[in-house]
Design a protein around this ligand. Structure first.
Ligand SMILES: *Cc1c(COP(=O)(O)O)cnc(C)c1O
Length: 354
């Protein structure tokens, strides 16, 4: 049975990745052991970490100024780990959505936070580019893709201070100059792997300026020294991410994925715009290519629409519980056919009800 998985996270992964990672749980690399049974300090696992690190650097075109870490605690832990390691006094943040808002809340526990732009009073439907980053801040924090409301930063500001970016929901989805960032973090369960692992990419020379003691697990430098195995890491999620990274390269890397993601997003936004029954509330230039949100113009049709898509094996289309409406998450691994299928359903719904 074909299921069209529009879940926001955990979410769709490449079929072949899921298959291979399932096999590894039964018999890892023909060893007779399960991936879940091997030591995280075994040669086999060290090779996996090494391979995943190598692939991330090659895919993102990063040199050895950057360290790659595979940590636990989700992107949520990064909300406090970032200020723990980088904030002496004051940092600047963009308030572009629910997750950005949470990041700000945590940072305020460590020092002063200057919010350079907040989209809150416009329900986060757009992201300004009209703000100034003071250069005496410890760092600048932004969220590249706002998973819940469905906005995406298309351009990043230039500044001499480190740019820290939460890329949880659009990492590996497009080409960017990744060297412009001081630190990138992304929880794995949106576009890469299973939950319980967070990729952190950090430019080593921005670390070590902090004047306070950092608990070991919260200290990026200690994780770098220990090659992500300070303690027992999420072996399964790291292995699965390595498989996804290979898949990304086999697909043609970020330039292919970017084109494909743009194509999927354009098809869907075009349908929402021309369909009489639906609307998207995001400013054109900030529409996300990963999370497409839309609403029924007439709420009383909700029951009928829900009945229709649920019957067709579409899952995960409900909007976030804070927002309502609908959200189609169309990450890297979501096939074009699933987008086309959803569009057919929307067209049929329009024919029947408008
Ligand atoms: C999902 C998400 C998070 C939270 O990730 P957890 O792994 O659940 O902590 C943070 N930021 C963004 C942009 C997200 O999409």
């Amino acid at each position: 049975m074909k299921i069209h998985n529009f879940n926001a996270g955990p979410s769709v992964l490449p079929k072949e990745v899921v298959k291979k990672s399932a096999q590894s749980i039964i018999n890892f690399n023909g060893s007779g052991l399960s991936l879940l049974e091997i030591s995280h300090r075994s040669i086999d696992f060290l090779e996996i970490i090494e391979k995943a690190t190598f692939l991330i650097k090659r895919i993102m075109n990063l040199n050895d100024d950057y360290a790659i870490l595979f940590l636990q605690g989700g992107a949520t832990l990064q909300f406090s780990m970032v200020p723990y390691n980088l904030m002496n006094q004051e940092a600047s943040y963009l308030d572009t959505g629910f997750w950005a808002h949470n990041a700000i809340k945590e940072a305020k526990k460590f020092g002063k936070v200057k919010v350079l732009f907040s989209g809150k009073n416009k329900n986060y439907t757009y992201i300004s580019t009209n703000y100034h980053i003071p250069c005496d801040m410890d760092y600048f924090h932004c969220t590249s893709n706002n998973t819940i409301v469905g906005t995406q930063m298309k351009i990043f500001p230039r500044t001499s201070i480190p740019i820290v970016c939460d890329m949880s929901s659009d990492i590996f989805s497009r080409k960017l100059d990744f060297c412009q960032f001081g630190l990138i973090y992304a929880s794995a369960q949106k576009n890469v792997s299973s939950a319980g692992m967070t990729i952190v990419i950090v430019k080593k020379n921005i670390l070590g300026t902090i004047r306070k003691n950092i608990p070991s697990y919260m200290d990026y430098k200690i994780h770098i020294q220990n090659n992500s195995i300070l303690n027992t890491p999420n072996v399964f999620s790291i292995y699965t991410s390595m498989l996804t990274l290979k898949w990304i390269e086999n697909q043609g890397g970020l330039s292919f994925l970017e084109k494909n993601n743009q194509k999927k997003a354009k098809l869907l936004y075009d349908e929402i715009d021309q369909n009489n029954l639906f609307e998207n509330k995001i400013h054109q230039e900030n529409r996300s290519n990963m999370n497409v949100t839309f609403f029924l113009k007439e709420k009383n049709l909700e029951k009928e629409f829900n009945k229709m898509w649920k019957k067709e094996n579409i899952v995960g289309l409900d909007g976030h519980r804070y927002l309502g409406g609908y959200r189609a998450s169309i990450y890297n691994a979501l096939p074009l056919e699933s987008v086309q299928f959803l569009i057919e359903i929307m067209k049929e719904f329009e024919r029947k009800f408008s």
